[in-house]
Ligand binder design. Structure first.
Ligand SMILES: Cc1ncc(COP(=O)(O)O)c(C=O)c1O
Length: 360
């Protein structure tokens, strides 16, 4: 029998979450964000469930090509654009769209000549990550409109704080900057990530770019995925591979961080940080064992973790354990470990077998 640590990818949940996005933005086109191997879910599995999306966005060129070769005909947007003139030829060959965020990319396009590329021109409205400064915009768009290498131009920006209920004024400021810079130009626009799709209808422009909500995790600290009617897509599961009885004073795991203050029964689960489980998850982080809520004990090892079975009924060797997913929200585990659902999903290790489920 193989090691029992597996990630089940529920494709019908992914398709359901896409319909939820559609309900928020009935008049926008949806660019499903599938970077980082579809947030750890497996690119081609995820794309098959998202086949009704109007486009895909990611930033790995080889992954973009594999999507095209798999037969997807929608626009495929590279969120960091291209890095060299050589790559531009591939953009043309595979009809990939590129984010343009600095003038060197425009120089590369001019040097390469006649690659009719669809561009998303990114404006830095306050996040200070990627994008042209607002002052650069008028000259840049003039040049791009005259550049024969350009097929179409969409104007975009990225919002830094749409997920933070206390930072509404920052979102408004970014939107005002975007409007001030672009109002004279009649190009399609793209502004919204998941949080903005849900909280800021004014960002529902020609294209929206949902990522995390497609995968069934909430972008917000104050709303759960189920509050938003999103279904978990990845369920990370394993089994109990050892059981021990502890006496008062016995310690568990590296450095004995957990010490029993009463007689206890514990289970060892075949999942550790080399599988992508967060090493910083503390004692009491929830897990599901045989469909009952239990908790971690002590430090996470590379390949294993310990859980409390003292109050759990009907557990034995090989009883199933869910680390996150169905019945155990990834956001709850992430919160306990001081991180986000994004990080946990993306960090799923390659050694964990992914099993796509079409019917659940
Ligand atoms: C430019 C851009 N657009 C959209 C997204 C999707 O964001 P989210 O996963 O929060 O929906 C991302 C993800 O980080 C991004 O970098």
């Amino acid at each position: 029998m193989p090691r029992p640590t597996q990630a089940f990818i529920d494709l019908s949940a992914l398709a359901h979450n896409l319909t939820i996005v559609r309900q928020y933005v009935p008049r926008s086109r949806i660019m499903a964000v599938v970077k980082a191997d579809a947030y750890g879910h497996g690119l081609l599995h995820a794309a098959s469930a998202l086949k009704d999306a109007d486009g895909f966005a990611l930033l790995e060129l080889d992954a973009a090509i594999s999507l095209r070769e798999a037969g997807y005909r929608q626009p495929i947007l590279l969120l960091e654009g291209f890095f060299s003139i050589e790559e531009l030829a591939l953009f043309k060959q595979y009809q990939l769209s590129a984010v343009i965020h600095h003038s060197e990319q425009i120089a590369m396009m001019s040097d390469s000549k006649h690659h009719e590329i669809d561009l998303f021109l990114k404006i830095n409205t306050g996040m200070n990550r990627l994008g042209l400064a607002p002052e650069q915009f008028p000259q840049t768009i003039k040049e791009l409109r005259e550049n024969q290498c350009v097929n179409s131009i969409t104007l975009m920006t990225h919002l830094a704080s749409a997920d933070d209920p206390l930072k509404q004024e920052r979102v408004i400021q970014q939107l005002q900057r975007f409007e001030a810079v672009t109002k004279e130009y009649n190009h399609p626009r793209s502004l919204a990530n998941s949080a903005a799709i849900i909280r800021y209808p004014e960002t529902h422009t020609d294209w929206v770019r949902p990522g995390i909500m497609l995968y069934g995790s909430s972008p917000f600290p104050d709303k759960t995925a189920s509050d938003l009617n999103l279904q978990p897509v990845m369920t990370l599961s394993s089994k109990i591979i050892a059981i021990h009885n502890l006496k008062i004073g016995d310690r568990v795991g590296y450095h004995g961080l957990f010490q029993a203050d009463r007689p206890m029964r514990i289970g060892i689960v075949a999942c550790g940080y080399a599988d992508g489980y967060p090493r910083h998850a503390p004692t009491d982080t929830p897990v599901l064992v045989n469909n009952q809520r239990s908790r971690l004990l002590g430090r996470i090892s590379m390949d294993m973790l310990a859980i409390d079975l003292t109050e759990i009924e009907n557990v034995e060797l090989n009883s199933p354990v869910i680390l996150w997913g169905k019945g155990m929200p990834v956001d709850e585990v992430a919160h306990q470990a001081g991180t986000t659902g994004y990080e946990l999903l993306c960090a799923l290790a390659p050694r964990v077998e992914k099993i796509a489920l079409t019917q659940c």
